[in-house]
Design a protein around this ligand. Structure first.
Ligand code: LMR
Length: 344
């Protein structure tokens, strides 16, 4: 099962604790005489519903990992913030209470503010540019920056481009944002983005956003078609503007001591499963984005505003100052690498 390397006392205590907790839940993977071999339990917690790209890819990872390890690993997937929400999941992963999490990259701002690159308005023109950036050295650097927190970035999974919704009026030009308050995921870049539009903002955990919108704590929010659809925001938000102004993508993160403590053959099987699940995540993201856009349009509950290129241009100009504001935080190299990924 585990191959323990010499490590600090506190850490080994956590591992022993994890192991003993792990031992309680699972079915035996194999029996050798009287001795039961307990499976390794990998808990995978996330905040969205199962019918999202992340939800589907997490289930695909479970299927592959259990198959490739012949049941030596059992993956327990906990969707919809059931196990941990935005506020707790990073700490839980660091301490080994959960083995895999998949937060949106911007929620890693507290560990490395450069993850907010993803929130620069209109940074990527299309999915291909985003995938190119995922494969870049800059992204590798971001992943490696998690090491010192006992976390390891394994993969990046896409969701899609964000759109604005609100419950007050159609958002056709930046003027329409004045006086409105929007929910954000995390970080100063998103705060600055809304400020550039004359709007206020508040960081609210994903699991609390529906209630915040319903109660009017905030007037609107920004998210992908699929998150809007699967969270049923169409029930409480009347207006959607198609802007594709920002990205929502995920870093798949494991507890580093746990991962490096696995037997090499088990780790390889899990790495291979993750690589396959990542391809699946890309397919699902593209498929579900379109499906959810159609669902929302056909629901008859939301008024869609589709902007002309000239109207979109006004948004781009208005939000552009956010780049200069955060160049020192994000670094020019990183911003340039992201922009270059979008150029032919
Ligand atoms: C959000 O908080 O809006 C998203 O990060 C949720 C998610 O995991 O897709």
């Amino acid at each position: 099962m585990f191959r323990k390397k010499p490590m600090a006392l506190a850490l080994s205590t956590v591992l022993v604790l994890t192991l003993s907790l792990v031992g309680c839940g699972g079915k035996p993977a194999a029996t050798g005489g009287d001795k039961e071999v307990k499976p390794i339990i990998v808990k995978f917690a996330h905040v969205v519903t199962p019918d999202t790209p992340k939800g589907q890819a997490a289930l695909k990872f479970k299927e592959l990992a259990e198959q490739k390890t012949n049941g030596k690993v059992v993956v327990e997937v906990y969707p919809s913030s059931q196990l941990y929400g935005d506020k707790e999941e990073l700490e839980a992963a660091q301490s080994g209470n959960v083995q895999i999490i998949a937060p949106s990259v911007t929620k890693l701002v507290g560990l490395n503010p450069k993850f907010q690159y993803t929130d620069l308005p209109f940074l990527f023109p299309n999915n291909e540019a985003v995938y190119k950036f995922f494969a870049s050295d800059q992204m590798k650097g971001l992943m490696n920056s998690l090491d010192k927190y006992n976390l390891q970035g394994l993969a990046v999974w896409p969701n899609g481009f964000k759109q604005f919704t609100n419950n007050k009026r159609p958002l056709v030009s930046p003027e329409d944002f004045k006086g409105l308050k929007f929910r954000t995921q995390a970080g100063k870049v998103l705060e600055a983005q809304f400020k550039s539009l004359g709007a206020g903002s508040a960081t609210i955990a994903f699991g609390e956003t529906y209630a915040a919108l319903q109660q009017g704590t905030v007037d609107g929010q920004e998210n992908t078609f699929n998150n809007i659809d699967t969270q049923k925001y169409q029930e409480i938000q009347k207006y959607l503007t198609v802007t594709n102004h920002g990205r929502l993508d995920y870093m798949i993160i494991v507890n580093k001591s746990f991962w490096s403590g696995l037997e090499p053959d088990i780790r390889k099987a899990l790495d291979d499963s993750m690589a396959e699940a990542t391809k699946f995540a890309v397919e699902q993201a593209e498929l579900l984005d379109k499906k959810s856009m159609d669902n929302l349009k056909n629901s008859g509950k939301m008024q869609f505003t589709e902007l002309t290129p000239a109207q979109l241009g006004v948004f781009q100009e208005t939000m552009k100052p956010v780049y200069a504001q955060f160049e020192s935080v994000l670094s020019k190299e990183l911003i340039d690498a992201a922009i270059n990924a979008g150029q032919k």
